[in-house]
Design a protein around this ligand. Structure first.
Ligand code: ATP
Ligand code: MN
Length: 483
């Protein structure tokens, strides 16, 4: 058996002094032909390995280069040097894989995030990306734990869908028809998708919500957690063409229950990471603090990463209506001094500059905005009763987070068949094709609600990373699909 090693995380956590052990990992650096910093990905902390003079011949020493993989046997000892409590006194060093130092792109120095994006296949081996992706893992695990503890059923909604009714974004077409012009055509010249693989036009899903609602109508509470795809041509630091979304859907919940769950969920995830990824968060907190120092004073965040995370878990989110949000914007110094690029008036779809003003300047904490104008929200959102004509609102709720903007989009769903049909007609959504969806309202409809949390935006929030491309292993964005 090859793998009889001790993981570096375990080694650094408990007392192994005096024990003979084996470690394996990759060389981060090699100083003075004597001190190897070895990392195996289990923690950001490297293990210092001491290679005493005479243990290895010159040829072997030369092969201990940044990036090389090693198997080291030795005895654990208390470290005399500063920076680590223990070290491993090597008795045998085996080089598992060489790494040509001249050609290896990752040098033991600081690289820019932009450069690391170009070598995303290697960036996991840096401190920053090691920390980010261990946290991403923890959050994914915590998501399942949170819902499992509450008795939600994890429902796998389809990736390939025929419904294009959601209107959440542009879709990627899925087809096996030839692209060279020889695809079967209808009389009017359009492509005849009846001849396609599924016998109809199909796309990659933009959201699992509609199918999620079907599940909620049987299990009461479900959640989905899977990849979603949007061919929106928005080259921002908050949008990916392929991203992961968590979508709980709950029967017998109204908008307030929905807000309560979303808030508890976000706080739970943050607390989980703070408990299980303390080292990685301390590292990212320092990284961010250094980055902030390079910014002009007025652009710096008021709180450090850990401070912000603690604050968010300990304080209630602000809750305001869309109408209140618009009033705050209209009365803001930013608006009066014409600092907003986009206009503000009741009915607008708030731009990210508006959302960020509300969370970062005005409230300085996460904000839940409810009751948006019906005209700018999806057809399935529940129409609020007693609205002024022309000012109809729906029971929608978006959660806006400092530094991110929208992190959650949700609503109470329209459970009344007649209302839903009217809304679908207004949005020109053919009801025949959606008959399966309408059946939930025909047979035992109940008040229900749900939301979608963008997983990468959540990882951004917890890690403090400014660009969404840095919190997914291999980003898919317009004109970019490497690796
Ligand atoms: P935005 O206005 O930021 O584009 P949206 O209103 O299109 O978001 P929803 O359709 O409500 O978003 O999706 C639910 C959640 O999914 C959002 O709150 C966000 O966290 C996340 N999300 C949406 N689009 C993307 C994307 N292209 N990349 C990453 N996350 C996304
Ligand atoms: Mn969008």
């Amino acid at each position: 058996m090859f793998n009889q090693r001790t993981k570096i995380k375990v080694l650094l956590q408990s007392d192994h002094i005096g024990q003979d052990i084996t470690v394996m990992g990759w060389v981060r650096s090699f100083r003075n032909n004597q001190f190897i910093a070895l990392n195996d990905g289990s923690t950001n902390n490297n293990l210092q390995i001491v290679v005493n003079l005479g243990l290895l011949d010159d040829a072997t020493l030369k092969r201990i280069t940044t990036g090389a993989s090693l198997k080291v046997k030795g005895q654990v000892a208390a470290s005399l040097g500063k920076g680590q409590a223990i070290e491993l006194i090597a008795a045998a060093v085996e080089i598992l894989g060489d790494s040509d130092a001249e050609k290896f792109a990752l040098q033991p120095k600081k690289h820019s995030l932009e450069f690391l994006r170009e070598i995303a296949h290697l960036r996991f081996r840096t401190n920053t990306f090691g920390a980010i992706f261990r946290i991403r893992h923890s959050l994914a695990f915590a998501i399942h734990q949170f819902f499992n503890e509450k008795g939600f059923v994890y429902l796998h909604t389809p990736i390939v869908t025929a419904s294009d009714a959601e209107g959440a974004g542009e879709m990627f077409r899925v087809t096996t028809l030839p692209m060279d012009g020889s695809a079967p055509k209808n009389e009017d010249g359009s492509i005849n998708y009846k001849e396609d693989f599924f016998g109809k036009a199909t796309n990659l899903t933009v959201s699992g919500q509609l199918e999620g609602e079907l599940g909620a109508m049987a299990f009461s509470e479900i959640y989905t957690f899977g990849p979603t795809f949007r061919a929106e041509n928005s080259n921002t630091t908050r949008h990916l063409a392929e991203f992961w979304m968590i979508e709980p859907e709950m029967a017998f919940h109204d908008i307030e229950d929905n807000m309560n769950l979303a808030e508890e969920f976000i706080q739970y995830l943050i607390a989980y990471a703070m408990k299980h990824n303390a080292d990685d968060l301390v590292f990212l907190d320092q990284r961010l603090a250094e980055e902030e120092k390079l910014k002009p004073q007025n652009e710096r965040s008021e709180m450090g990463l850990l401070e912000k995370l603690r604050f968010v878990t300990e304080n209630k989110f602000e809750r305001i209506t869309y109408t209140e949000a618009i009033d705050i914007l209209l009365n803001s110094p930013a608006y009066k001094k014409k600092k907003f690029k986009y206009n503000v008036s009741w009915g607008i779809d708030m731009q990210s500059e508006h959302e960020r003003y509300l969370v970062e300047k005005h409230f300085k904490k996460p904000v839940i905005v409810t009751n948006y104008p019906a005209a700018i929200k999806a057809f399935y959102m529940r129409l609020n009763d007693g609205c002024e004509p022309g000012k109809e609102t729906v029971a929608a709720m978006d959660i806006l987070a400092p530094g991110i903007g929208e992190i959650v989009g949700g609503s109470q769903r329209e459970e009344r068949l007649a209302n839903l049909e009217a809304r679908m007609a207004a949005f020109h959504i053919p009801t025949e094709e959606m008959s399966w969806y309408l059946d939930t309202r025909r047979f035992g409809t109940v008040p229900h609600a749900g939301f979608g949390l963008g997983f990468e935006r959540m990882v951004q929030f917890v890690t403090g990373m400014g660009n969404i491309r840095d919190v997914i292993p291999f980003a898919r964005t317009p004109k970019n699909c490497e690796f």
